[in-house]
Write a protein that binds this ligand. Structure first.
Ligand code: ADP
Ligand code: MG
Length: 267
C-alpha cells in the first residue's frame, strides 16, 4: 500500500461528506471556488458563503423544475413570452406583482376573464410557473376535468379525501370555466372545491364569461353568486379585452402577403 497524500485525503473526505449530505453542488464547486478564493484572497466566511449559495441556487432551481413538472401544465408558456402590447388595458403593474408569486403566499386568487384566444391560459400557466419558481406547489387542470375528478371521488364516497389532497397544493389552476355548462351536481362539487380553498390556498381561474353570466354555466344563480363572492374576496381580477392573438397573427400574415404579393405567386 502506498501512503496517501494528505491533500488527496481531504479531497475524498469532502467528496464523501458532500455525497452523504446530498449536496452534490458542494462536491462540484468547493475545489474551483477554493482556487478562486486563494487567488482573490477571500476570507473563510466569504468562501463558505459562496459554496453554500451555489448549493442553495441549484437546489432552488431543481425544486422549481420539479414543481413545474408535477403541475401538469398542458404546455410551457412563460410570462417572458407573453406580448403585453396586444392588450393595452392589461395592468402591467398588477401582472408584475403577480409574477412575484406573492399572491400564492397570501392565498389570494387570480381571475382571468376574456374572450377566446386573448391569452388567458397562457397567462395562467405563466403565473403558475412563476409560483413554482417562488417555491409554491401548483396543479393545473380544466374546469371540466376538475369536476370529473371530484365526481369520481364522490361516487366512491371519497370526496373529502380528494379535496384534502387538492389542498396540499398551494395554487390550483382551473382553466376554461364557461366552455361547458355544469349540471346542479357538478356545480355543487365545484362550489365545494372553491369553498375549500377560501383564504387557505390560491386559485387561478380563467373564463370566457363575465361574472354576470356565470349563473348560466352553473345552472344556478345562487351557487354562482356564492362562488364569485368567495373567489373575488381576495383576488386580482384581470379582464383581457383584446382581439384573439391567433386571429391577429393570421391577419398580420395575410396583410403581409397582400403587400408582398401572395407567397403562392412567388417562386
Ligand atoms: P385563451 O386561453 O384566452 O383562449 P390562449 O392563452 O390559449 O388563449 O392563447 C391562444 C394562443 O395564442 C396560445 O398559443 C398563446 O400562447 C398565444 N397567445 C395569446 N396571447 C398572447 C400574447 N399576448 N403573447 C404571446 N402569445 C399569446
Ligand atoms: Mg384557454
Amino acid at each position: 500500500m502506498t501512503a496517501t497524500n494528505p491533500a488527496e485525503k481531504i479531497d475524498s473526505r469532502i467528496a464523501w461528506a458532500a455525497h452523504v449530505l446530498k449536496t452534490p453542488t458542494i462536491g462540484r464547486v468547493w475545489e474551483p471556488l477554493a482556487t478562486q478564493a486563494r487567488d482573490q484572497q477571500w476570507s473563510h466566511e466569504e468562501y463558505l458563503l459562496a459554496v453554500l449559495e451555489r448549493q442553495l441556487a441549484d437546489r432552488e432551481a431543481a425544486g422549481a423544475l420539479m414543481r413545474t413538472r408535477t403541475a401538469h401544465f398542458p404546455a410551457i408558456k412563460t410570462l417572458e413570452d407573453f406580448d403585453t402590447t396586444t392588450l393595452p388595458s392589461l395592468r402591467k403593474d398588477v401582472l408584475a406583482y403577480l409574477a412575484t408569486g406573492a399572491f400564492a403566499a397570501k392565498a389570494d386568487n387570480v381571475i382571468l376573464l376574456g374572450p377566446p384566444g386573448v391569452g388567458k391560459t397562457h397567462l395562467a400557466i405563466g403565473l403558475g410557473i412563476k409560483a413554482c419558481q417562488a417555491g409554491h406547489s401548483v396543479i393545473f387542470d380544466t374546469a371540466a376535468n376538475w369536476v370529473t375528478r371530484l365526481a369520481d371521488a364522490h361516487a366512491i364516497n371519497q370526496l373529502d379525501l380528494e379535496i384534502k389532497k387538492i389542498r396540499r397544493y398551494r395554487v390550483v389552476i382551473i382553466d376554461e370555466i364557461g366552455y361547458l355548462p355544469f349540471d346542479a351536481d357538478a356545480a355543487n362539487l365545484f362550489f365545494q372545491l372553491v369553498a375549500s380553498r377560501y383564504e387557505t390556498g390560491s386559485i387561478i381561474l380563467t373564463s370566457n364569461l363575465p361574472f354576470a353570466r356565470w349563473g348560466d354555466t352553473f345552472s344556478d344563480d345562487i351557487i354562482a353568486a356564492a362562488m364569485i363572492d368567495r373567489l373575488v374576496h381576495h383576488a386580482e381580477v384581470l379582464t383581457l379585452d383584446g382581439d384573439s392573438y391567433r386571429t391577429r397573427q393570421r391577419q398580420e400574415l395575410l396583410a403581409k402577403q397582400n403587400t408582398e404579393g401572395s407567397i403562392f405567386n412567388r417562386r
